[in-house]
Design a protein around this ligand. Structure first.
Ligand code: GDP
Ligand code: MG
Length: 152
């Protein structure tokens, strides 16, 4: 099995609802190793690069506003970014997170337990977890410099 890295972001709803510790606890219990962590001010440019695959979709503009904390009054668009490492880290973290839509996410997953769909059609799903190994390597490189990671 391949050792991978994966990017996790505590999204503004997760931060606002004080779920940061819980997310870290669940990922810790999954057996993955935390190899990078920092608080990042999410510029519009960074947000758009992070969500480049969603450019042009109907929810794109609100997604950028959401991740920049505009719906949760997050000061300076700050977000906690984490990198985890381990065997199949991408799939392991996705399992902990649960499906994108909180209503379809397995009960007991972070999104299944704590995510919600707002009446305005916004998906608030607590955390970002890279969707594939290729996406993970792009995202880890986008958010972190190599010298900020302490992998094995
Ligand atoms: P993820 O990898 O599970 O986060 O899901 P995607 O990569 O498909 O989408 C990225 C993010 O965009 C999701 O986590 C949601 O915050 C948001 N999103 C995805 N699909 C929709 C949608 O149909 N409507 C809205 N409002 N947001 C969406
Ligand atoms: Mg995705």
């Amino acid at each position: 099995m391949a050792k991978e890295q994966t990017l996790i972001l505590i999204k503004p709803d997760g931060s606002k609802r004080r779920l940061t510790g819980l997310v870290i606890d669940r990922l810790d219990a999954s057996g993955l190793a935390l190899v990078g962590a920092k608080v990042v001010p999410v510029s519009e440019d960074l947000a758009k690069k992070h969500y480049r695959d969603h450019v042009g979709k109907h929810f794109f503009d609100n997604l950028i506003r959401y991740i920049r904390g505009e719906f949760h009054a997050i000061p300076r668009s700050r977000i906690l970014a984490l990198v985890y490492e381990g065997e199949n880290a991408v799939a392991v973290a996705r399992r902990v997170a649960g499906a994108t839509d909180p209503e379809k996410a397995e009960p007991g997953t972070l999104r299944g337990s704590f995510g919600r769909n707002t009446k305005d059609g916004q998906i608030e799903n607590v955390l970002h977890a890279s969707g594939s190994p290729a996406e993970a390597s792009y995202e880890v490189g986008l958010w972190f410099r190599p010298d900020e990671l302490v992998g094995s």
